[in-house]
Ligand binder design. Structure first.
Ligand SMILES: [Fe+2]
Length: 210
């Protein structure tokens, strides 16, 4: 029978898990940025890549503070989210609709990370590691800001343009985004409003698509 598991054991395990996830994101974010058509989206993904490098560094620092080796454990959750994102990039042509899909995939990853860092921060505090909690809190705030930035981009025009784009529009999406300011607004707004409400159902949707 295994030894009794302590909260510290689970904490170290989860830190290893998210370290693996963050390193996977270091590889995925440049691919997402390359696939994005919107310069603003590309820029947001690139700046989150820089932040993600810092997230890895903070986790390594946390392991140091805990006197534990910075080992990784496969993060199946983020691996699945990243895999679905890269499938979408492979299966769809570059353009504004794919941009909306890239945002959706990016937000799925951010929400996953927000859940992980929120829990880990609470566990760090409960275990008396306020120094580690502070590191995790800095990362949590950046994940939240990245998620909000993606929402902003979706609501500021990408969803609208995607809703009114037609098949084969990939090359002139930027022009169309300017011209079709009002088209599809209703659909985009309802999609934006529904985002929070559907956050829970997203996971089951992801499952049902597999
Ligand atoms: Fe991160």
């Amino acid at each position: 029978m295994p030894d009794t598991t302590t909260l510290r054991d689970l904490f170290i395990d989860e830190l290893r898990d998210i370290l693996h996830g963050e390193r996977q994101l270091l590889k995925a974010l440049p691919k997402m940025a390359k696939a994005a058509s919107s310069p603003d989206l590309r820029q947001a993904l690139q700046s989150h890549l820089t932040e993600t490098e810092e997230h890895v560094a903070r986790l390594e620092q946390a392991f140091d503070l805990l006197n534990e080796p910075a080992k990784t454990k496969v993060c199946a959750g983020l691996q699945g989210i990243i895999e679905e994102g890269s499938e979408a990039i492979k299966e769809h042509e570059k353009g504004v609709a794919l941009d909306a899909g890239i945002i959706a995939g990016g937000q799925r990853a951010e929400h996953y990370e927000m859940a992980v860092y929120g829990t880990l921060m609470a566990w760090a505090k409960a275990l008396g590691h306020d120094d580690v909690a502070a590191l995790l809190s800095d990362t949590l705030e950046e994940e939240k800001a990245a998620d909000e930035k993606l929402s902003e981009l979706a609501e500021a025009g990408i969803n609208e343009a995607a809703a009114s784009s037609r098949s084969g529009d990939a090359d002139d999406d930027d022009d169309q985004r300017d011209e079709d300011d009002d088209t599809g607004r209703e659909m985009a707004t309802s999609s934006a409003k529904g985002r929070d409400k559907t956050a829970k159902s997203k996971k089951s949707k992801v499952r049902s698509q597999k």
